[in-house]
Design a protein around this ligand. Structure first.
Ligand code: CA2
Length: 157
């Protein structure tokens, strides 16, 4: 059976589309989930959001045994959570870190993600569509659907 792709979302993203549209756009998290499912095609998706650091860590542990890859928007925990970074380091399959906004164009506190040290790749600034790109990247890296990328090219398994 095909292992699912875990799409994990951190704090406040449940409120996406309700404020600061100039930074985060108007797409809601429900719509982001639909984008991910469309991008995945037949590939199963576990789409989750939590405002709790502990919950995100538990889901990453669950993914270690169960997932083909992780797409994660750790939101504000990107800049603070060594605990989430440590959990991600336990995961051997592809990890795509995603940010809706281009964090590198923003204030300094939003620029240095600790998570990137564990990520296979980082997508930032493509808006909600970045999630679809991230899901497609996991499908490719996991060898599905006419994959052309390989872990040799990305330097990470
Ligand atoms: O751009 C991203 O996806 C971020 O990960 C979003 C985080 C922010 O702390 C990162 O720097 C970049 C914040 C998410 C806030 O959630 C919102 C909820 C409602 C409306 C707007 C944003």
């Amino acid at each position: 059976m095909t292992k699912p792709i875990y799409v994990l979302n951190g704090p406040n993203l449940n409120r996406l589309g309700t404020r600061e549209p100039e930074i985060y756009g108007r797409t809601t998290l429900v719509q982001v989930e639909a984008l991910c499912r469309q991008a995945a095609g037949e590939w199963p998706i576990e789409f989750r959001q939590s405002n709790s650091e502990a919950q995100l860590i538990d889901w990453i542990h669950e993914a270690v045994d169960r997932a083909a890859g992780i797409v994660i928007n750790p939101a504000a925990y990107s800049f603070t959570s060594i605990a989430i970074l440590d959990a991600l380091k336990m995961f051997a399959a592809p990890i795509i870190e995603i940010h809706i906004s281009n964090i590198h164009r923003r204030e300094e506190i939003y620029q240095r993600s600790l998570m990137s040290r564990a990520a296979t790749a980082v997508i930032a600034g493509l808006g909600a569509k970045g999630y679809a790109v991230a899901v497609r990247a996991v499908v490719e890296l996991a060898g599905g659907d006419g994959a052309v990328m390989s872990s040799v090219e990305t330097g990470r398994t």
